[in-house]
Design a protein. Structure first.
Length: 174
């Protein structure tokens, strides 16, 4: 998505000050990731190991579904994240797991750019896993930062309940 789209989605749910803070932090973090100062190890198990990816998905699924949907909406866009359906339903959980697996831990543009043969999926040139690791790292850090800022502002309505601290938003973790 473009920065303008990201900014527009953030401004709807976060204050202008928080949006600026998130962009400032992510600009510095992205620069450090791109310059190699912050990185996942080459051949990172999170990128190549199915079991490790499942553990990462379980860790992300510990977020309350309300906050996770809001964070995924801001990071990826898509109105399906902002549905008014039952928050803790099994279908909702399966949907969020699928989105995290398909969008968070893969990148179609990188896969096409690093493919040896466009007809054979999963066979990539050297450097693919390092580039994918950098993208995943950026996404995780942006998601965590967005959810943290949204929770600290208590930007959700009272219909989600009162947790006694901020007067109207659900707990961050389920």
């Amino acid at each position: 998505c473009s920065l303008d789209d990201l900014k527009q989605r953030m401004q709807f749910h976060l204050s202008l000050g928080s949006c600026k803070e998130i962009f400032d932090v992510m600009t510095r973090v992205t620069k450090n990731i791109d310059e190699g100062r912050i990185k996942m190890k080459p051949q990172c198990p999170l990128v190549t190991d199915f079991g490790m990816k499942e553990k990462a998905i379980k860790a992300l699924m510990c977020y309350n579904q309300v906050w996770l949907r809001l964070g995924l909406y801001i990071v990826f866009g898509g109105d399906s994240f902002l549905s008014d359906s039952e928050v803790n339903s099994d279908q909702e959980m399966a949907f969020l797991k699928m989105v995290i697996n398909k969008q968070f831990f893969s990148h179609d543009g990188l896969a096409k750019a690093y493919a040896y043969n466009k007809m054979v999926e999963g066979l990539y040139r050297p450097g693919y896993y390092e580039a994918l690791g950098a993208v995943i790292l950026k996404r995780i850090l942006l998601l965590v930062l967005v959810i943290d800022r949204a929770k600290s502002q208590s930007c959700l309505s009272l219909k989600y309940g009162i947790d006694g601290i901020d007067g109207g938003s659900p707990l961050m973790f389920s």
